[in-house]
Design a protein around this ligand. Structure first.
Ligand code: FMN
Length: 328
């Protein structure tokens, strides 16, 4: 239930303040060159440090526990573990009785009958995304020429967001953001009709990133207001290249020879210093809550590489599925 993929399977484990977090990647073909150093560039991109990100800095050293021998994948599941070494769990005790509005605290407590590890958001924490980034590193080795890029389009509704960020920080508040992703050099015909359409696979994975609340491909929601004559992407040549790319490089769920383009919307983190009201889970009475501890003011500031990584995992899975058609 906590995994995704038909062939290239990604399974994450751990809790924010537990001993470790990590990922198990199944279905990786044998013989792929892999060592701990390969992960460092992408892992560093996810780390906090810049303004508006959490003060909790973990070393994020990947420990490859299985599936790699003599610096090559063996074909068996690859397990990568990251130790949690910078934990301050005390700040989270109050959320057991005072669930944070907008967080998973309340729903998770009910679902898991109070047995869930709530410290630092437990299994729901953004900390778990370190495993997704590690999976992406492996996937990218299989993607070869396919390139995945992202950019932040806006934070808190603004393209020039530094003032907004400063304002949110000084108010003890948080901000959301929109990230745009481009996938280039995708062979035509990747993706399956209906259930494993490229949109379905990418959406499933992108929605696995905590905070993501929306996704649109190409013109997305704007396309609903367009005429067919405006929307249709005219073919320019037999490479599949089109004059416009309103459908974001995907038609019928399949890649069509153009760049795949999508945008993901991330909501503002729920943990705000600013005072808010909640319900005490024991007394049922309304109480004031101010969230202390170390939190990201805006998760979107760290999410670019996470989006790139899950996209790589999804495209990799579709590439491996495509081998049934004899395509490489
Ligand atoms: C990289 C990253 C960092 C995050 N940091 C925080 C944080 O510091 N505080 C917080 O309340 N939520 C943070 N979140 C968001 C929560 O994990 C998320 O809102 C929560 O699990 C509820 O899930 P939902 O937003 O998908 O409903 C972060 C998410 C990501 C991807």
């Amino acid at each position: 239930m906590n995994s995704f993929g038909r062939i290239f399977k990604v399974e994450i484990f751990g809790e924010s303040h537990g001993e470790s977090v990590g990922v198990i990647v199944g279905g990786c073909p044998p013989g792929i060159e892999l060592c701990e150093d390969d992960f460092m560039t992408d892992l560093t991109k996810r780390q906090p440090g810049q303004k508006g990100t959490t003060k909790r800095i973990e070393k994020d050293i990947p420990h490859i526990k299985s599936g790699v021998f003599n610096m090559r994948s063996t074909g068996s599941p690859i397990m990568i573990e990251f130790y949690n070494e910078n934990r301050e769990s005390g700040d989270y005790e109050q959320f057991k009785t005072k669930p944070r509005p907008g967080q998973a605290d309340f729903a998770a407590d009910k679902k898991f009958k109070g047995f869930n590890d709530y410290r630092g958001g437990g299994h729901f924490s953004g900390r778990l995304t370190v495993g997704l980034v590690a999976a992406g590193v492996i996937a990218k080795k299989i993607l070869k020429d396919i390139e995945i890029k992202t950019r932040i389009l806006e934070i808190g509704g603004s393209q020039n967001y530094q003032d907004k960020l400063n304002e949110a920080i000084s108010e003890g508040d948080t901000l959301g953001g929109i990230i745009e992703c481009f996938v280039c050099n995708v062979p035509i015909g990747l993706g399956e009709p209906f259930f494993d359409s490229i949109e379905s696979v990418i959406s499933h994975l992108v929605f696995s990133i905590p905070s993501v609340k929306g996704i649109e491909f190409g013109k997305g929601f704007e396309s609903a207001g367009m005429k067919g004559s405006e929307y249709n992407d005219t073919l320019l040549d037999l490479s599949g290249r089109t004059k416009t790319n309103n459908c974001g490089g995907i038609t019928g769920g399949l890649s069509n020879g153009n760049q795949i383009i999508f945008r993901a919307a991330l909501r503002p983190p729920s943990s705000i210093l600013k005072s808010q009201m909640t319900i005490n889970a024991v007394t049922g009475k309304e109480e004031e809550l101010s969230v202390k501890g170390r939190h990201d003011v805006c998760a979107a500031l760290r999410a670019r590489i996470i989006i790139e990584s899950v996209t790589a995992a999804g495209i990799c899975d579709l590439l491996l599925i495509n081998r049934i058609y004899g395509l490489k």
